[in-house]
Each structure stands twice: as structure tokens, then as C-alpha cells.
Design a protein around this ligand. Structure first.
Ligand code: UT7
Length: 330
């Protein structure tokens, strides 16, 4: 059977580090509150770079590690919640940045589940034989749409900017993506959103709309938290069942890095040992939306926590709501 496997990963975060102490100077918050409630110590923010700048760096590293050039890519899948332009999307822009005009590219806006949805599209493309070499890029610049006043503190402290890219290829071996399960539920759209520009308004952007704060990310943190800690374990169980894999066979779980308390609750509910089986690097990057899983995988690989043959589970939950999980044999 033809399967899709991840051949290489690249990542890039902008060099500017914003610590919790730095945030204390902008709003009524404290390093202690942020660490205790989220596990985050610092995050990276852009300082003039745009979404495709980060994406290009991550993509170049992934291509180099795969021993490929951009010309070898048959299809781009681009995941972001903040393209360089509101329209067109970042996928076509990446053909320009990579110097491969004419290459098909698709944009996905699935928030924190963008990597999972991107994997599911790549899996279908590769297993069907439609394409061989897929470049899945996740690149997120949230810092430009956060409210760094005290009014926005519950959201602004959580997010960071960053990008990752993976090259997926076909294989006839047992390795690769064994299962993917994805879900969405629009009933909770307003619990985590960036309201404008919106077709609910005509014209869809105005000073009045911006004055209302509709150009900033808003969140009902408690609702997101409550749903995340039930949906994460459920979807991981579904993906394991779909792959016919036992929990005891899993070498590493790499969840979307939303909040260390969510990760801890998920580990508890699945009865997994957090520090042995569940990967976390949220202290360094905060929540980088769809880039967080491949950034965490990149670091887990570099640390020797993932090796050839290992069963790895990736899982996400985020705005939409959207959630998903995948079982991957490395
Ligand atoms: O990919 C998904 C992305 N989103 C998430 O994963 C977010 C999920 N939710 C969460 O992680 C948590 O709900 C938060 C970290 C956002 C908030 O933690 P919490 O324990 O649910 O706090 P809370 O909302 O119940 O707020 C407790 C207090 C409030 O003050 P009062 O009303 O008790 O006086 C907040 O105003 O903490 C206050 N607060 C802050 N204080 C200092 C909220 N944000 C901050 C802050 N610094 N940054």
C-alpha cells in the first residue's frame, strides 16, 4: 500500500524574544501568573518580518534536509491564520517566494488544527497517487493582531509567532501516516476569533470597526480550555483505534502547544506520564497556532525523542472549534 511519510522538517522563529517580564511593562500581568496558568516563559514576535518570510526560512530548511530543491515539489499546502495579504492566500505567494511559479498550492485556515488538516490533505494526495512530493508549510504571525493592553491580557500572553515546514513523500513500507481523524464544530466560532475584516459589515473594514476592537483576536479562555481537555483525549483514542495501535505502543505524544495545563490534563485523562510520553516546549514559544506541532516535532527529533520506527501521536484543538489527531510510524 502506498503511504505518506514525513521525510524532513524545518522550522523558523523570528529572533525577537518577548519574555513575560517584557509583557509586564505593557499590561497588568505578572511572570508568575503567566507561568502558573500556561507554562509559558517567553515567545518570539516578528519585528518587521511577514508570514511568508518565516515560511520561506522553514521551507528552505525542510527542502535542504530532504536533499531536494523547490523544483522537486509537486504541491504546496499552506496553513496560516494570517497571510501577508487578506487575499490572495499565502500558498500562491510561496510559489513566488520559492521561485516555482506554476506549482499548485492550496491555503488552509484551520487555526491550531492546520497541521492536522494539512497532513490529511497530503495523505489523500499521496495515497491516491495524485502527487508525490508535498511541501506542507505552517506559518503564523499572531502578534500583530493581539491586544497588548490589560483588556487583552488573557489572550495576548499566550500566543507567539513561528513557522515550520515538512516534506511528505510516498513509500511502500509500513512507515508513515497510519491514521488521521479530524473534526470541526462551528457552534463555538465566537469563543476564539478574529472578527474583522468581516462580510457582516459593509464596508468590511472601517475606523469604527477597529475602534470596537474587532481587528484583534478575542477568546473565551474557559470555554476553549473546557472543550480542549475533553476533545484532545477523545480524538487521540479515535486515531489510535483507526490505526489499530495500543496506547502502550506509543513512544511520544506531540500535542498542539496551547497551554501546559491543557497538556497536563490530557496526559492525566489518557493516563500517560507527562515527562516521559508527552512532549512540551511551550515555555519557549507560547502557542504558535498551526506551527506548534511541527515545531515541537522538530525539537523532539533533534533531542532524540523520536527515532525511526517509533509510533508518534500528534493531536490538536483550537479555534473553530477544530480538532484532530494522527498516528504516525516514524
Ligand atoms: O489553541 C487554543 C488556544 N487557546 C487556549 O488554549 C486557551 C485556553 N484557556 C486557557 O488557557 C485559560 O483559560 C487562560 C490561561 C486563558 C486563563 O486561565 P484561567 O485559569 O482560566 O483564568 P481565568 O480566565 O479564570 O482568569 C482568572 C483571573 C481573572 O481575574 P479575576 O476575575 O479573578 O479578578 C482574570 O482577569 O486572572 C485574570 N487574568 C490575568 N491576570 C494576570 C487573565 N489574564 C491575565 C493575565 N495576567 N495575563
Amino acid at each position: 500500500m502506498r503511504r505518506a511519510y514525513i521525510d524532513s522538517i524545518g522550522m523558523y522563529v523570528p529572533p525577537k524574544i518577548v519574555t513575560n517580564k517584557d509583557l509586564e511593562a505593557m499590561m497588568d500581568t505578572s511572570d508568575e501568573w503567566i507561568r502558573e496558568r500556561s507554562g509559558i516563559h517567553e515567545r518570539h514576535h516578528v519585528d518587521g518580518e511577514c508570514t511568508t518570510d518565516l515560511a520561506l526560512k522553514a521551507a528552505e530548511e525542510a527542502l535542504e534536509k530532504a536533499g531536494m530543491t523547490a523544483e522537486d515539489i509537486d504541491h504546496i499546502i499552506f496553513s496560516t491564520m494570517a497571510s501577508d495579504y487578506f487575499a490572495p492566500g499565502g500558498g500562491p505567494m510561496m510559489t513566488r517566494r520559492l521561485g516555482i511559479p506554476g506549482t499548485p498550492a492550496v491555503d488552509i485556515r484551520m487555526a491550531c488544527s492546520g497541521f492536522l488538516y494539512g497532513l490529511s490533505i497530503a495523505k489523500a494526495f499521496i495515497e491516491s497517487g495524485a502527487y508525490d512530493n508535498i511541501l506542507l508549510i505552517t506559518s503564523e504571525v499572531q502578534s500583530v493582531a493581539l491586544d497588548f493592553s490589560t483588556a487583552g491580557r488573557d489572550t495576548a500572553v499566550l500566543f507567539g509567532d513561528g513557522a515550520a515546514a515538512v516534506v511528505l513523500k510516498p513509500t511502500d513500507e509500513q512507515r508513515g501516516i497510519q491514521s488521521i481523524v479530524t473534526h470541526s464544530d462551528g457552534r463555538y466560532a465566537e469563543d476564539l476569533m478574529l472578527r474583522s475584516p468581516s462580510t457582516l459589515d459593509n464596508p468590511f473594514q472601517s475606523h469604527e470597526i477597529l475602534d470596537k476592537g474587532h481587528g484583534k483576536v478575542t477568546m473565551n479562555g474557559r470555554s476553549v480550555f473546557k472543550h480542549a481537555i475533553t476533545k484532545f483525549p477523545q480524538v487521540i483514542k479515535e486515531a489510535l483505534e483507526a490505526a489499530g495501535v495500543e496506547k502502550s505502543e506509543v513512544k511520544l505524544v506531540v500535542p498542539h502547544q496551547a497551554n501546559l495545563r491543557i497538556t497536563e490534563a490530557v496526559a492525566n485523562r489518557l493516563d500517560l506520564e507527562l515527562h516521559k510520553v508527552v512532549y512540551s516546549n511551550i515555555h519557549k514559544y507560547g502557542n504558535t497556532t498551526s506551527a506548534s506541532i511541527p515545531i515541537a516535532m522538530y525539537e523532539a527529533l533533534a533531542e532524540g525523542r523520536i527515532n525511526r520506527g517509533d509510533i508518534v501521536v500528534v493531536a490538536s484543538f483550537g479555534a473553530g472549534f477544530t480538532w484532530g489527531a494522527s498516528v504516525i510510524q516514524w
